[in-house]
Design a protein around this ligand. Structure first.
Ligand code: SAM
Length: 233
């Protein structure tokens, strides 16, 4: 993508009502005004809110929102040119149950309040082989998510990475959280139903290379500070 193309998308992003792009100074060490008010200010209903972290171009967020009009969906990513695609589609199709949020996931607690979110999807996140602390299922991140997930909230992870899959299983086990499901080849085992077979941009590329797609879901139902697994992955 040329620099010109990116700038055009950034400019167009300013016009999308479904896209929130908070300035860093409004989220670092501060509570953003929308925190705790997504239902009221963005969606104008009380339906459950589902968040996709690292949503890229927003394929999962959009497809889930089309399948579940009785829920609201927020795709979160830091890359504006990727979010543009999802925000443009949602705008052009008058989708009222979709929003996008441009921010670093590290700042997410400034944007979501206690029990505001019902479910989290993490789709094809970078496995960060050398930096476990940057993995989106690291205990540091799960401690953050717990602060805004409802008590029976669910985290779903879909990944091409054996490392991220096994690491996340180890985090769940180490912290005695409830593992709801795990499957290391959802297409090969016939598990990919109408929800799990929604394909993101990255997923389509991994599938073309013959890489198996893994899925697991769990609850962050441990009130103690969450810790790294004893084994190093
Ligand atoms: C490998 S891509 C996957 C995108 C999409 N889920 C897909 O499957 O096509 C990972 C995405 O996560 C975003 N991301 C990674 N770390 C992030 C962070 N700390 N805060 C916000 N976004 C992040 C990147 O910008 C990128 O778009």
């Amino acid at each position: 993508m040329s620099g010109k193309d990116k700038l055009r998308k950034f400019r167009e992003n300013e016009s999308f009502g479904c896209l929130l792009q908070p300035a860093n100074e409004d989220v670092i060490g501060k509570i953003h005004p929308i925190r705790g008010k997504w239902h009221e200010q963005m969606f104008h209903n009380d339906n459950p809110i589902v968040v996709e972290l690292g949503c890229g171009k927003g394929e999962y967020t959009i497809a889930l929102a089309q399948k579940f009009p009785e829920k609201n969906f927020i795709g979160v990513d830091i890359k504006g040119a990727r979010l543009w695609k999802g925000a443009k589609y949602a705008t052009e199709h008058n989708m009222t149950n979709v929003a996008f949020l441009r921010t670093r996931i590290e700042f997410i607690e400034s944007l979501f309040g206690p029990c505001e979110i019902a479910e989290i999807w993490i789709t094809f996140a970078d496995p960060q082989p050398k930096k476990a602390k940057k993995r989106l299922t690291n205990p540091l991140f799960l401690n953050r998510y717990r602060n805004f997930l409802s008590p029976d909230g669910i985290v779903h992870l879909k990944t091409d990475s054996t490392l991220l899959y096994e690491y996340t299983l180890a985090v769940v086990e180490q912290n005695r959280m409830t593992l709801l499901e795990h499957n290391n080849d959802i297409y090969g085992t016939g598990r990919a139903d109408e929800i799990l077979s929604i394909k993101t941009y990255y997923e389509a590329q991994f599938l073309e290379k013959g890489i198996s797609i893994k899925y697991l879901s769990f609850k962050i139902d441990n009130g103690s500070p969450l810790i790294e697994p004893a084994i190093v992955l």
